[in-house]
Design a protein around this ligand. Structure first.
Ligand code: E4P
Length: 217
């Protein structure tokens, strides 16, 4: 499963990238707001660090405007993925932009049917939002599993990009289901290395080592 970082925090992206943890990046208007930076500038900087797909989201609501914005965003770097919302106009923009050879990430997906129409419109990635479904007491992971089944049933090549990931369990379950990609904030990715028994075991080793009075270096 590929790891994308759901952030525009350049320092955090660079740190994870140095460890080989970054196959791509996703941003959205809320993430750009949080960064406090200009979308074109920060996206360009991210693309200079990360060679994989970097999603930059359009902000208009009509297909023609989304297409124009998508073309402008795609000029930032060859690895830009244009992110469009899962609306009828977004699907029109997806069809045109993917027809031009651009990678397109269709975002804000909350149902199997939405994933189906996005695949038929030529989406490179479909972004089902796990956490936001969980927030309203629905099962976000079940949606990932259902889309996996449907795409496999018909051989769709659109990659499932599990989004709105909030926990390490979301990541593990997405990997077990067979999501192609997961995108998560830096803190969630760093948290994947943690386990309470690792902490407990290491604490004991440190104490016992001190009792030996030995040194390695
Ligand atoms: C994905 O591309 C989205 O940017 C993101 O995963 C949304 O996550 P949130 O629901 O935690 O805001």
């Amino acid at each position: 499963m590929k790891f994308f970082v759901d952030s525009a925090d350049v320092a955090a992206i660079a740190e994870l990238n140095d460890l080989g943890m970054v196959d791509g990046v996703t941003t959205n208007p809320s993430i750009i707001l949080k960064s406090g930076r200009d979308i074109m500038e920060v996206t360009k900087e991210i693309c200079s660090i990360v060679s994989g797909p970097v999603s930059a989201e359009v902000v208009s609501l009509t297909a023609d405007e989304m297409i124009a914005e998508g073309r402008k965003l795609a000029e930032i770097a060859p690895n830009i993925t244009v992110k469009v919302p899962l609306t009828w106009d977004g699907l029109k923009a997806c069809k045109v932009l993917s027809g031009e050879g651009k990678m397109v990430n269709v975002t804000l997906c909350f149902s199997v049917n939405q994933a189906l129409v996005a695949a038929k419109a030529g989406a490179t990635f479909i972004s089902p939002f796990i956490g936001r479904l969980d927030d309203i007491n629905l099962d976000g992971l079940e949606l990932i599993s259902d889309i996996r089944d449907v795409y496999d049933n018909y051989g769709f090549e659109t990659q499932i990009l599990a989004a709105s990931i909030r926990t390490a369990n979301h990541v593990a379950q997405c990997a077990l289901i067979g999501a192609d990609v997961m995108t998560a904030p830096p803190a969630v990715i760093k948290g994947l290395a943690s386990h309470v028994l690792t902490d407990k075991g290491l604490d004991q080793f440190v104490k016992d080592w001190a009792k030996t009075g030995q040194k390695i270096l």
